[in-house]
Design a protein around this ligand. Structure first.
Ligand code: F6P
Length: 324
């Protein structure tokens, strides 16, 4: 393989730049020509494709976002869109692809591979950590630390005013961010979609806290929780409390997607970027590179998007026990 291209797609994640850097520098090291596709599948369709070299990726390892930009492409979901994308790659002689992204990105990559057989290897880049085939995804650690920083700050004001705060964190259908920053932030309760934590359980925990003269509490709510978003959950809980509680709701939102990646994310991104590239050059296709038990592994795209990666049971139990 002599010519490859790399793209980032879907929601951006801190560490994507470190991953791009590793792929580009790895390609240069192996004597392979490397191109960058701008704005993911949209750029592939439009032919927004630029040559990259070692210098193109200087001074980006520490930067959040993605220098290749990102998008969620509706056109690529159509056969006509994918045909245009294929023609753009073919006309440039691009023989292989490295896709950095999450669920949507790999769904598109799998369909594209099945139709046009251009070998593609993925690197998991999403703050949600919801991909089977890797213990951690690029950006997750940074997002958790960003959310934790916010929780620590909210805790100060919650304590001063004797308030209960409901803090909504991202994660789409997954509770990984919520459980991790909930534990690290000392939350009284964490509500995640993987484990039904009924409002009545949270009410019980809050009441127990009040009975022990606890004057403020933090409940972390994953945006995909079955009981609804943090606003809805807070309203339900307010109704079930016997005494008057001063409740506030904070939705952290896209702040969790920005910022300089942590050391962990930079190293993971570099390892997965190089792993994806070298896998591609060795003949891997239609798979995602991941790190499981500290070993580089490749998992079919199909499994990464269809299989569930469960949140460890003991973590939720621990939140409950430690809020005593
Ligand atoms: O997949 C990353 C993510 O940030 C999810 O946690 C969230 O549900 C979604 O993307 C938000 O997407 P958008 O930036 O398109 O609003």
């Amino acid at each position: 393989m002599k010519k490859i291209a790399v793209y980032t797609s879907g929601g951006d994640a801190p560490g994507m730049n470190a991953c791009i850097r590793a792929i580009v520098r790895g390609a240069v090291f192996h004597g392979v020509e490397v191109y960058g596709i701008i704005r993911g599948y949209n750029g592939m369709i439009k032919g927004d494709i630029i040559p990259l070299n070692s210098q193109s990726v200087s001074n980006i390892i520490q930067r959040g976002g993605t220098v290749l930009k990102s998008a969620r492409s509706k056109e690529f979901m159509t056969p006509e869109g994918r045909k245009k994308a294929y023609d753009q790659l073919k006309s440039r002689g691009i023989e292989g692809l490295v896709a950095i992204g999450g669920n949507g990105t790999f769904t598109g990559a799998e369909i594209f591979y099945n139709e046009y057989k251009i070998p593609t290897v993925g690197a998991p880049g999403t703050i949600d950590n919801d991909l089977y085939g890797t213990d951690y995804t690029i950006g997750y650690d940074t997002a958790v630390n960003t959310a934790l920083d916010a929780i620590d700050k909210i805790r100060d004001t919650a304590d001063s005013h004797d308030r209960v705060f409901f803090i909504e964190v991202m994660g789409r259908d997954s509770g990984y961010i919520a459980i991790q920053c909930g534990i690290a932030g000392g939350a009284e309760s964490v509500m995640i979609p993987e484990n039904l934590s009924p409002v009545s359980d949270v009410v019980k925990t809050l009441k127990q806290g009040f009975s022990r003269a606890k004057s403020s509490s933090i409940v972390v709510v994953a945006e995909g929780d079955e009981e609804g978003n943090a606003q809805k959950v807070a309203a339900k809980i307010k109704k079930q409390m016997d005494e008057e509680v001063d409740i506030r709701v904070t939705t952290l939102g896209h702040i969790q997607r920005g910022g300089a990646p942590t050391a962990y994310d930079r190293i993971l991104a570099s390892r997965l970027g190089l792993g994806a590239l070298e896998g591609l050059l060795r003949g891997e296709k239609n798979v995602m590179a991941g790190v499981v038990n500290n070993r580089l592994v490749y998992t079919p795209f199909h499994d990464t998007i269809t299989k569930k990666k469960p949140v460890a049971d003991d973590l939720l139990r621990m939140v409950h026990i430690l809020s005593v």
